[in-house]
Design a protein around this ligand. Structure first.
Ligand SMILES: *Cc1c(COP(=O)(O)O)cnc(C)c1O
Length: 414
């Protein structure tokens, strides 16, 4: 018997579905739209409901099409199991609902995605205390720890200012203190970085962004890396203690968050996201190369005051990014200089689209202070380092010359 070679990232995704037999030799896992399932006999039914046999109980807790996507995400992240949700926010909300209780304390990065920030404020209102810290340094995380701290939550690259968390050192700290370490890997995706390598316990991916990649489906996932010993975690219900330790948290996420709250990913969306995942590496390599080219162009432009991109040597965490990530990501932001009319520049863009999403194949731009950071007011924006002239660019896969040329002509006219 020939020994099977370990397959690469893209080969594994492309051939994952056919690891188990598919009707008619189809190359894709089919769309399974059935909400309910029939069983061979009563014993089979009982075994599925008691988690003793593989199978599906009801569509709210998953379906075979979504399970095929979950298997791919688990493989991409090098984890033990994943659970998918209807959106990235549902995945983060699931962690909060299923694994935290009133009286617990969470330490989170102060640069997290705005909606995550809003969710953490909601958590605080329900009795889970949250402390926000500058997660670019593990020392500030350590100073915020209390005896009630259960979890540390960070993102890899922050949006829109591109700060990079002290991922390895926070992982070491969490391991030493027995804390659950949650890393939102959306901005890097498992192609650029696997948080498991920094000892993350749970990895979040908003599939809506780079993994789906086409801006045509919402979805989220939580992956257990197998690094955390859940037998030591107090908030696992007795029912789920019967699972192998590595599966206790994902089982509770599936039961508590999907069954009780129902933010289920549909089979159609799972299929779109799985097709997107096939080209993740190809798209993201191109997007990162485009982002680097655009950042290199903007940083020398007289009408640009500052460029925030981890691929620039001037970025405060540039060395960390080189050590941890395959490439510095595809999101950058820049501030226009005095005398340049930022809004007029945006109006001149012909290739880049004015839009709030990110991770699309198309380049999307948005003025930050006037839109996604408008509600918080000027004082809070200043505290967060959000200049009034800040423009966020989610770089797509366009031909590099078209993209750089577009900003060149828009800046020239503004
Ligand atoms: C977009 C995003 C989310 C939320 O994903 P949705 O699918 O839009 O709910 C979470 N985290 C990060 C870092 C994101 O960029």
């Amino acid at each position: 018997m020939s020994e099977e070679r370990k397959r690469g990232f893209t080969t594994s995704i492309l051939h994952a579905d056919r690891a188990s037999p598919i009707e008619h030799g189809a190359l894709h896992k089919p769309l399974h739209l059935s909400v309910a399932y029939g069983y061979r006999d009563a014993a089979d039914l009982v075994a599925v409901f008691q988690n003793r046999a593989q199978g599906y109980a009801y569509g709210r807790q998953g379906n075979p099409t979504t399970a095929a996507l979950e298997a791919k995400i688990t493989a991409m992240e090098g984890g033990v199991a994943s659970v998918c949700f209807a959106t990235g926010m549902a995945a983060i909300g699931a962690i909060a609902i299923a694994l935290l209780k009133a009286g617990d304390h969470v330490v989170a990065s102060s640069f997290v995605f705005g909606n995550t920030n809003s969710l953490l404020a909601t958590l605080a209102a329900h009795g889970t205390a949250v402390t926000f810290v500058d997660a670019t340094s593990a020392a500030s995380v350590e100073r915020a720890l209390t005896p009630a701290t259960r979890m540390v939550f960070v993102e890899t690259i922050a949006n829109p200012r591109t700060q990079v968390a002290d991922l390895d050192a926070i992982g070491a700290l969490c391991r030493e203190r027995g804390l659950v370490y949650v890393v939102d890997n959306t901005m890097t995706s498992p192609w650029l970085y696997r948080p498991a390598e920094s000892d993350a316990s749970l990895v979040v991916n908003a599939l809506t962004k780079y993994i789906g990649g086409h801006g045509n489906a919402l979805g989220g996932a939580v992956t257990d890396t197998g690094r955390f010993d859940w037998t030591r975690y107090p908030n696992i219900a007795d029912n789920y203690r019967r699972q192998k330790p590595a599966l206790q948290a994902v089982t509770q996420l599936r039961k508590k968050a999907l069954r009780d709250f129902g933010a289920t990913l549909s089979a159609e969306q799972a299929h779109h996201l799985a097709i997107g995942a096939e080209t993740l590496a190809l798209r993201l390599d191109r997007q990162c190369a485009n982002a680097q080219a655009l950042a290199d162009f903007l940083v020398h432009h007289p009408k640009v005051h500052a460029v925030h991109y981890p691929g620039l040597a001037s970025h405060p965490q540039h060395e960390r990014v080189r050590a941890l990530f395959r490439a510095p990501g595809a999101l950058l932001s820049f501030e226009t200089a005095d005398g340049c009319d930022m809004m007029a520049m945006l109006n001149r863009l012909q290739v880049a689209i004015l839009s709030s999403n990110l991770g699309d194949n198309r380049t999307l731009v948005i003025p930050v202070a006037q839109t996604i950071y408008w509600e918080m007011g000027a004082a809070r924006r200043a505290e967060m380092g959000i200049a009034e002239t800040l423009v966020r660019v989610s770089v797509g896969i366009e031909d590099t010359a078209d993209l750089v040329g577009d900003f060149e002509q828009a800046l020239a006219a503004a």
